[in-house]
Design a protein around this ligand. Structure first.
Ligand SMILES: Nc1ncnc2c1ncn2[C@@H]1O[C@H](COP(=O)(O)OP(=O)(O)OP(=O)(O)O)[C@@H](O)[C@H]1O
Length: 312
């Protein structure tokens, strides 16, 4: 068994009397693109601030590459990159100057620095705007520069805090591609978001945080398996024979009446729907409406917490 890159045990943080993290256990392995999903205020930024050494926790232990993490240890901090939710770039510097500035903070100099800066400008597709002021950039360009700054020193583990905040869908896709490319090149990434679509798209393994507590941590596939898919249909003239046949259709399929609709819970929509259509033909019934829903993280979150992931 390989040592996790990040091993967090019973992490607690209080702001005064308010408990923002209530004993979080979490491990991240080399090469993972790990998703940390939670609504606004769940504690994601607090978590990332602690594991990147910006905030001292109230309690708990953090192991980085198997070693106890000490935020004063520069060698350990070099292993980490943080893409902050609030942009860390300087508006008055150009894209190139921003990258040079942050590169120098990590001791890069001369040709090595110049080469690294050029490579990053290419990677985040800002080469043609390299010498323009970052303050004049669009939201998406600023986010891309913020991402490049976070990896200028070639960290082994990158924390990204809501990296698509304030960007349009096109820029969001560009950021996804750049994050995926970094991960393909071997960078381990912890990606936080309150958008379930983002972590669902990017992250094979996901932790769900709510009110400072980790309520689930599993592969996307297994998280989705916690809930059934549903098929709701109205049939005429009479759904009763269909309900009778559905009771013995296949293991894992449960059917009941929900007002005037037949409500079917099943492992996944496709195969069950095919069989239902066959039954309707056989029984001489006509469907008037059919609605299907595969499980998604939004519904898993609602199921686990009793409240919605987003309040908008
Ligand atoms: N410096 C602080 N002092 C007091 N409370 C704080 C402080 N920073 C954060 N909090 C509170 O701690 C909780 C967790 O905040 P945190 O920023 O970690 O959540 P989050 O999941 O990152 O949410 P968001 O995406 O909105 O930033 C929130 O209720 C927040 O109001």
């Amino acid at each position: 068994m390989t040592i996790p890159i990040l091993d967090v045990r019973q992490l607690v943080h209080r702001y005064g009397s308010f408990q923002a993290l209530a004993g979080v256990d979490l491990t991240v392995h080399a090469g993972e693109m790990f998703g940390l999903l939670g609504p606004n205020g769940a504690g994601k930024t607090t978590f990332l601030s602690i594991v990147s050494g910006l905030l001292t926790p109230t309690g708990g232990e953090i192991l980085l590459f198997g070693q106890r993490f000490d935020s004063r240890n520069r060698d350990q901090r070099r292993l980490i990159g943080l893409g902050t939710q609030d942009l860390a770039i300087y508006a008055d510097l150009t894209a190139r100057e921003n990258l040079q500035f942050f590169g120098k903070l990590y001791g890069l100099r001369g040709a090595t620095l110049a080469k690294r800066v050029d490579a990053l400008l290419d990677a985040v597709t800002l080469r043609d705007r390299a010498d323009d002021r970052a303050g004049d950039f669009s939201g998406g360009m600023k986010r891309r520069l913020n991402l490049a700054v976070a990896v200028v020193h070639e960290p082994k583990l990158l924390f990204l805090d809501e990296p698509t905040t304030g960007v349009d869908p096109q820029s969001r896709n560009a950021i996804f591609e750049q994050v995926q490319a970094l991960n393909r090149d071997g960078l381990t990434i912890v990606y936080t978001s309150h958008y379930m679509e983002e972590v669902e798209t990017l992250c094979p393994r996901i932790a769900i945080l709510d009110h400072g507590t980790l309520i689930a941590c599993d592969t996307l596939e297994r998280l989705l398996q916690r809930l059934p898919a549903t098929i709701r249909l109205r049939v005429r003239p009479d759904p009763t024979p269909l309900l009778g046949r559905l009771a013995t259709l296949q293991p894992g399929v449960v059917a009941r009446m929900e007002a005037d609709r037949v409500m079917v819970e099943c492992p996944s929509v496709g195969p069950t729907l095919v069989r239902i259509i066959g039954l309707l033909n056989e029984l001489g019934l006509e469907p008037t409406t059919i609605e299907t829903q595969e499980p998604n993280l939004e519904r898993v979150f609602l199921h686990l917490t009793g409240h919605a992931l987003r309040d908008d």
